[in-house]
Structure formats: C-alpha cells, structure tokens
Design a binder for this molecule. Sequence first.
Ligand SMILES: [Fe+2]
Ligand SMILES: [Fe+2]
Length: 260
Amino acid sequence: MKILFIGDIVGEPGRRAVKEILPRLRRAHQMDLVIANGENSAGGSGITPATAQEIFGAGVDIITTGDHLWDQKEVMGLLQNESRLLRPLNYPQGTPGQGSVVYQANNQPPVAIINLQGRTFMPDLDNPFTTVRAEVERLRQKTNIIFVDFHAEATSEKAAIGRMLDGQVSAVIGTHTHVQTADEQIFPGGTAFLSDAGFTGPHDSVIGREIEPIIRRFLTLQPQRFTVAEKGIKLQGALVEIDTHTGHALKIERISERLD
Ligand SMILES: [Fe+2]
Ligand SMILES: [Fe+2]
C-alpha cells in the first residue's frame, strides 16, 4: 500500500497547495492513505475546525500536529470531537485528544498512525522514546503497519527514534523544522525514515514567514509581526510504499511539488 505524508501545512497558501496539488498526486500514485501535519494550517499558527475541515475536504485522511497545537483556542473542540486529528502522544496524561489512531483504508489492512513530539530544544513533554515504545507494542496487537510522525527539532533525536523503532514500524517521518532533508532511506529492519518532510506553503520565505520581519528580529531582538509569506508555494512530504504482509517499507520517495 502507498501512504503519502504531507509536511507542515502553513497558512492559506499551504491549504491551497494541498487542495490543488493533492488531486494530481493521487492520480499519479494511487495512494491508499494521506496523512498531513496541520499544526501551522490556521494563519501559520495552530489549527481550527474550519481549517481542519478544509484539509480533510481536500483529500487528507488523518491530520497530525505538534508544538503549535495550542495556538488557536478552538482546537479544544477538535481534540474532543475529531477522531481524525492527532496531537503528540507524549503530552501528560489527561491532556485532551489522542496521540494515535487505527485507520481502516478501503480494501486495505488497518494502519496505525502515531504522532509524537521531541524534547531537544522543545518543551519538556514525557519521554518520547519510552512512550512510543509502549504504544508500538500495544498497536502491534492490531496491525503491523504503523506510521510515525515525529515532530522534533534535533536530527539526532529523530535518527535515534527511527533506529530504535527499526523493524517495529513501517515509517518514521520527521516534521517541525520546515526544511526537507535529503536522508530518505530504509533502515536494515525495514523502517522507512526521513529526518524532515519539509513544509507545504510559501517557500520564498524564512520557513513560511515573510523574510524581512524575521531578519529584523534577529538584528534588533525586538518583537515583530511574523506574517505568512505568499510566493513560491510548494507541497512537500514523502511517499512510502509498504508491504502489507510484513509491515516493512519497500520504498520511500521525497515529494516536493510546486504550485504554478
Ligand atoms: Fe512545530
Ligand atoms: Fe510547523
């Protein structure tokens, strides 16, 4: 089966990229499941019920998130009612929402999706390594096709979790830095890996935002309004092909498609 993962959707330009590019990717690759990180989909920060609906409407099956989860207060309704939305699994016990889901694609075996957040240069959540290990063990009772979005800053933390889960999950794809890395590979145990999927939105920017205010911020250390940029729109992510009998990855391909 083929799973498309879409890196962080940033603001309206990112949502437009999904709406316009996803149908053409679906035709070209016959995907069984589409997962997208939506943590920046509402004006560049957070996610709302309306932006989530727009993303689902464009053909995304499951939305993952990350550290920007809480930026829009309407997210609470989504966390309580939307089973297709995930938040990082390693938030403290009692946090609303869910960190994993088992999805049944058409005529395909079930797929478990896990959303996880790193701790290096990020808020101090529960240990993602111990948390994911227990969750994978639990989910493997139901399916051996498991897809992990690891939302983290440090490449070392991402590589380490990928190596730890090698052979236990189908894919570990990183998000959060908004910069697509060129290290896609299949580890010896059969787990597809990519440190970062990149982001979906305006690339004539500093990771999705207008360039000048960001430079001013670094020059002056004074607060600036970071508006979402407009130009150079791309959809970025990765396409993973999985052997449904073993749960191992057969192929991983980086995706970077320009909206013209
Ligand atoms: Fe993030
Ligand atoms: Fe992001």
